[in-house]
Design a protein around this ligand. Structure first.
Ligand SMILES: Nc1nc2c(ncn2[C@@H]2O[C@H](COP(=O)(O)OP(=O)(O)OP(=O)(O)O)[C@@H](O)[C@H]2O)c(=O)[nH]1
Length: 335
């Protein structure tokens, strides 16, 4: 009976109950990539510092990548830093760009070398548990740029990847601001389709229970919204617009994991690690199979296109040969 029970875990078990082959090997160690995304000043860098400090005593090893070329001071030492490769002030000068354009161009330049970053991560993947990626404060430079997509997709194709969307809780107390923040989160989720955690940061300044309540209870949000904009004070289209938006977002909230956090006090650090583990499982069960299906579909399409091109080439060669044969016959008759 004991052997029967274990054989479920070990499909390669022999008659003497000895487990052989691939099932005996421990599952490969794979670090989780955490992409920290959030509005300027939401606390990404401080969250990174807190996570770093929280992981070390638990013997969980982080590996930090800084993708913000414009940051002047970091309270930690990143393992990979975009600033070592691209000089942001030089990019501004050389390409005559403003601050945002220079961030985008720096990111584009860095992306051309991202295969080297992947190479470094590959070398370190067995000895780290989390790969933490800090992104530029100008959120759109990462979330709406081609380089941001390339970096995200390259990471998500190799590692379980999670988006950690950092929200400045004290600045989201107004229902309209809250909804704008959530719409932004929704657009990032739509683009990346990755497991998504909403981190309500700065909970030491303002408790985020109200926001979690708005996410869980449609009526609570409507009441807050109504209290802020009593009927008759808004243009007529506004009420129905906000109503439809809240309905759309209501569906979206069900797939989000909110975490109450303070990068300053450390509140919610353990809850964040639990949420990250859950997101990793979600990646393995939902994102990865979908990714593999897409890759298989693309390979099939490419193979089909190659076959079509080959058939066309063979047809052309045959036609050419037939044409040459006819010309030879014609010449023979003339003689
Ligand atoms: N009270 C409080 N302040 C915080 C917390 N997290 C960050 N801050 C403060 O918020 C400010 C911005 O924090 P940063 O970590 O620089 O924010 P960021 O998102 O990296 O900023 P950018 O790089 O400009 O996008 C700093 O003054 C931090 O000290 C928090 O949990 N509580």
């Amino acid at each position: 009976m004991a052997i029967m029970a274990t054989s479920l875990l070990c499909p390669d078990m022999n008659e003497s109950g000895v487990c052989s082959g691939r099932a005996r090997q421990a599952p490969a160690h794979v670090p989780t990539v955490v992409l920290l995304i959030g509005m300027a000043g939401s606390g990404k860098t401080t969250v990174m510092q807190r996570l770093h400090a929280h992981l070390h005593p638990q013997s969980k090893r982080p590996y930090i990548v800084n993708l913000d070329p414009a940051v002047t001071h970091l309270p930690y030492t990143p393992n990979i830093d975009i600033r070592d490769t691209v000089q942001y002030p030089e990019v501004m000068k050389q390409y005559q760009l403003g601050p945002n354009g220079a961030i985008l161009t720096s990111l584009n330049l860095f992306t051309t070398k991202f295969d080297q970053v992947l190479g470094l991560l590959d070398k370190r993947k067995d000895s780290v548990d989390y790969i933490l990626i800090d992104t530029p404060g100008q959120i759109e430079a990462f979330t709406w740029s081609a380089s941001g997509s390339i970096i995200t997709e390259a990471l998500a194709a190799s590692y379980p990847t999670v988006v950690l969307f950092v929200v400045d809780t004290p600045r989201t107390g107004n229902p309209a601001t809250f909804m704008s923040n959530m719409l932004y989160a929704c657009s990032i989720l739509y683009r990346t389709r990755l497991p998504f955690i909403v981190l309500f940061n700065k909970a030491d300044v303002l408790d985020c229970d109200f926001a979690i309540d708005w996410m869980k209870d449609y009526d609570a949000f409507q009441t807050a919204l109504h209290a802020m904009t009593p009927d008759g004070h808004d243009p007529p289209y506004m009420h129905s617009f906000v109503q439809s938006m809240s309905l759309v977002l209501d569906e979206f909230y069900s797939i989000l994991s909110p975490v109450k956090f303070s990068a300053v006090t450390g509140l919610g650090s353990q809850e964040l690690l639990v949420a990250l583990e859950k997101a990793k499982v979600e990646y393995e069960q939902e994102y990865k199979p979908e990714l593999e299906r897409m890759i298989a579909e693309r390979n099939q399409r490419v193979a089909g296109e190659k076959q079509q091109q080959l058939s066309k080439l063979m047809r052309d060669i045959k036609l050419e040969e037939e044409k040459e044969g006819k010309q030879d016959k014609g010449k023979g008759k003339q003689k």
